[in-house]
Design a protein around this ligand. Structure first.
Ligand code: 1HN
Length: 355
């Protein structure tokens, strides 16, 4: 039996061993196990707010710089300050603000990432999904499911601006990103507007319809309806202590999330309501439609964020927060909760001790 190596010896032997295994594309797990398997998630993205009133003019300036045909899409991506160079709003989600001017079109294409649009400003812009046009108004929520042909246009007045959220980081992680341009700069034949709503979104389904695992066949969720839902329910519902009155956009044929990877919600907070502490592994992108208030972020470098209509803010995974509404607020949000639920890893913690 050899003698126990002296401490100097063991260090030297380890260094030599690590260099040798490294040259054979081997890495000892004991050197990184503790970094990887932390008690709680180690999150790089940071809480952050983009002020729409501060940025609006800058966004509109891009109309003079590039047109949407050359650009494919005229978008400023919202890059999280904790993810420099990554072009992402959270570790899993891309977000951007897209601008269309009257008379412009954005060419038809399709891709494996799923996209959602949340409309900030529009009077006469549209998105077409597989040829079916839907007109865009502020507060509308529209999805373009994976691999559906989509193009945008603007036949109305003034600038149209919307928030795009895509699951691109998830698709890149799986090396499953494909993109295709519609042949000859064309687009699918226009179908009857509202066809999918009447076919799938009216509490009836065509006989023989087979529920898929994919996204909702109803792709447009107008704010006219969402706002009416909140108006009807706000006086008769006890607000949830962590969420206020919070409704999820669903696939009406399955009852599940509207998209397989991204969950989307609209919540109502009465004036003066302060939510209880809450955190979730679903890093979330928010866009208030109405109201002003403060997001409290215990333990974060930035202890609070102010919000007003059309600002965009991010609350990263596992960050405790409370939302204190100064005035009656309606807040849209989107996160990777749907993907996490499907994978069986989604977590939440409710209550003041969340941190
Ligand atoms: C895209 O296709 C759109 O169709 C917007 O409007 C933003 C960001 C990354 C990749 C594809 C759109 C996008 C995008």
């Amino acid at each position: 039996m050899s003698a126990k190596p002296k401490p100097d010896d063991i260090e030297a032997r380890r260094s030599e061993y690590y260099a040798r295994v490294g040259a054979s594309q081997l890495v000892p797990l004991w050197l990184f196990f503790k970094d990887w398997f932390t008690l709680e998630p180690h999150v790089s993205s940071l809480p952050y707010r983009w002020s729409y009133s501060d940025l609006r003019e800058t966004i509109l300036e891009s109309a003079a710089i590039v047109d949407p045909v050359e650009a494919e899409r005229r978008v400023l991506a919202l890059e999280n300050p904790g993810l420099p160079g990554r072009r992402l709003a959270t570790e899993s989600l891309y977000a951007g603000l897209q601008l269309m001017m009257p008379g412009e079109i954005a060419p038809c294409h399709r891709h494996s990432p799923t996209a959602l649009r949340f409309v900030l400003e529009s009077d006469g812009a549209y998105t077409a999904v597989n040829g079916e046009r839907t007109w865009m108004s502020p507060g509308d929520f529209i999805i373009t499911p994976a691999w559906t042909w989509h193009d945008h246009g603007h036949e109305g007045e003034g600038p149209a601006v919307w928030l795009d959220v895509l699951d691109v980081a998830m698709m890149h992680l799986f090396n499953a990103t494909f993109t295709e341009h519609y042949p000859d700069d064309g687009a699918p034949e226009r179908t009857e507007p509202l066809d999918t709503r009447y076919r799938y979104g009216m509490n009836m389904l065509p006989v023989g319809y087979e529920r898929g695992q994919g996204a909702s066949p109803v792709f447009s969720y107008p704010y006219e309806r969402t706002g009416e839902v909140l108006d009807r329910l706000k006086n008769t519902s006890e607000p949830d202590r962590c969420h206020g009155l919070k409704m999820e956009y669903v696939d009406p044929t399955s009852g599940g999330p509207a998209m397989p990877t991204i969950s989307a919600f609209m919540q109502f907070l009465p004036a003066g309501f302060r939510t209880d502490g809450y955190r979730t592994t679903a890093g979330t992108i928010y866009c208030p439609v109405e109201g002003t208030g403060t997001v409290e972020l215990p333990g974060a470098e930035t202890p609070s964020i102010r919000y007003e209509p059309w600002d965009i803010f991010v609350i990263p995974s596992w960050q405790e927060f409370r939302i204190a509404a100064d005035t009656e607020s309606r807040i849209f949000s989107a996160s990777d909760q749907a993907a996490q639920v499907r994978l069986g890893i989604w977590r939440e913690q409710r209550g003041a001790d969340a941190g």
